[in-house]
Write a protein that binds this ligand. Sequence first.
Ligand SMILES: Nc1ncnc2c1ncn2[C@@H]1O[C@H](COP(=O)(O)OP(=O)(O)OP(=O)(O)O)[C@@H](O)[C@H]1O
Ligand SMILES: [Mg+2]
Length: 537
Amino acid sequence: MTAMAAEKPVRVLSVDDEEGYQALLASIFKRNNWDYKFAGCGKEALEKVKAWSPDLIFLDLMLPDINGFEVCSQIKSDPATQHIPVIMITGLADNDSKIKGLNAGANDFIAKPFDVMELMIKANNLLKLKEFEELKVKNEILTEMFKAIEAAKKDWELTLNCLEDIVLLVDKNEKILRCNRILLTLTGKSYAELLYRNWPEVLQENGFRQISSGSNQGEFSHPLGKWFLYYSYSVKEAEGTNIAKVITLKDITERKIIEGQLVQSQKLEAIGHLAAGIAHEINTPIQYVGDNTRFLMDAFKDLHKLLEVYDNLAEAGQSHAELQEILTNVALLKKEIDLPYLREEIPKAIKQSLEGVERVAKIVRAMKEFSHPGPKEKTPTNLNKAIENTVTVARNEWKYVSEMILDLDPDLPLVPCHPNEFNQVILNLVINAAHAIADVVGNGATNKGKITVSTRRKGDKVEISVKDTGTGIPPEIRSKIFDPFFTTKEVGKGTGQGLAIARSIVVDKHGGTIDFETEVGKGTTFTIYLPIGNGSK
Ligand SMILES: Nc1ncnc2c1ncn2[C@@H]1O[C@H](COP(=O)(O)OP(=O)(O)OP(=O)(O)O)[C@@H](O)[C@H]1O
Ligand SMILES: [Mg+2]
């Protein structure tokens, strides 16, 4: 018999009401190791066909209830049983019965009394045919399933390939199991070349550079001017064990460009904003330089009068007679112009004016250096000087609410950086500090707060910190403060760009770090580390 039959015995239903035949058939079935059941009438036959689903049916025509034709046609009209081959047992040369049997759907006939050999051949032929039919059906099902799997695979491929982001499936050893088309484009490699390669190696070989990294997150740049944000997700089995990882590299180039533009526009905005404060800063010294100069002009007029009288005195010395009168005039004039006062005040006015002029010059110099576009490349920069300049131009932003303490390390080495961008970072932090203090002490405060900006060398890095005695940052917003456009300030006071820009400048452009410590009600310290080496970009 067939392979299938070898695994699972053939199941035969014999429908006959004659016990003699049943005994004969039973001996044949046993010899062949077939599993068999008997039905003595048509009704029982139909029930057993349904319940047991045999592989083959021997059906006698003469049954006590329903005749064999009717039983056959019911089996063949039921989709659940119509595939079961039926051998009809007819009388010898009974042609009419054969035609009726064929009409009822019988698959073959055998005459009583039957030849065992013929019965076996016919039975085996039909069993093979059935097996073949079943295989055909299974094959069709498999073909359909395969088509459905291919279609689903194609759908996923199309979905992943239309993304600008890189998507990878990697195994536990970081080897690529799947990837989408963008990786092929960016590496110029075929799918086969990328398969089973270590993914960080593939990126590195193809010019990707890791800019920053966290546990499951980081940033990469690509020589085509693209930027990617990398995330890793664990693929877990039902029991929770990690079996693979999905890596996505999200294209954030556009965000980076916008951030760059933001830095530029925020700088222009800051200069515009500071200009009003600086005008005010310059106004005070200029006012007293003007007052002093007017005073000096008047004082000089007075002195001039006195000098004229002294001239006269000198001349009168020649003729003694007028001397007495002139000396009286001198005494009167001295009193009139208050000579001791002038002697005391004139040097003071000159000194104060010089100080005023020096202050104006300092502000102008700081403003010039603050707003200088700076070179495209990083330059070795004196960060202490940059901090002093920035604090000077921003004086009007903090002086009403806070005192400013500069605790700058005199031995700080020059640090490679874009000075104007560094200024921007300090400005943003100082303004944030002043705002946080104003929220505590109120504007026009009598009790001022304190901002301390300090610098230190820490190994191969420089530490810059901006500490304030402001409100502190509430726990619920701490994770958001570096997000672009996150602000708690009213319209006109803040747009939420300050820290996002500071982070982008420190981390992305200088390969540094920026972090903070804060306590509500006590204040906040932002700490920056910049590498003294060449930075990252
Ligand atoms: N020193 C600080 N003390 C307390 N809260 C702060 C401090 N620095 C920042 N924050 C909080 O973080 C938020 C975001 O700061 P960020 O500098 O990015 O934006 P902003 O100051 O609101 O607006 P912008 O800087 O664009 O004018 C602030 O609105 C504030 O709530
Ligand atoms: Mg700010």
